[in-house]
Design a protein around this ligand. Structure first.
Ligand SMILES: [Zn+2]
Length: 69
C-alpha cells in the first residue's frame, strides 16, 4: 500500500476494465442495472458501496459494456 496522504485506508475502487484505481476527482462511469451514468467519486462518494461496476470515463465502451442508446 502507498499511503502518502496520511488518511486511513479507503476502499478505492478500481476500473473494471483496466484494473487501475479510479481517483477521487477523475471522471468515471457507473454501470448498474443495465444503465450507465457519468459521474465522479467526489460528486457521489456513496457509489463505493452502491454495487455495480465503475470505469474510468476513457475506459468505458458502451458498445462492449452496456446497452447503449
Ligand atoms: Zn480504466
Amino acid at each position: 500500500m502507498d499511503l502518502t496522504e496520511g488518511e486511513p485506508a479507503d476502499p478505492r475502487p478500481r476500473c473494471s476494465r483496466c484494473g487501475d484505481i479510479i481517483g477521487s476527482y477523475e471522471p468515471l462511469v457507473h454501470v448498474s442495472g443495465g444503465s450507465a451514468r457519468e459521474t465522479s467519486r467526489a460528486a457521489e462518494p456513496h457509489l463505493l458501496g452502491a454495487g455495480g461496476e465503475l470505469f474510468h470515463r476513457d475506459c468505458y465502451d458502451p458498445d462492449r459494456t452496456g446497452p447503449g442508446t
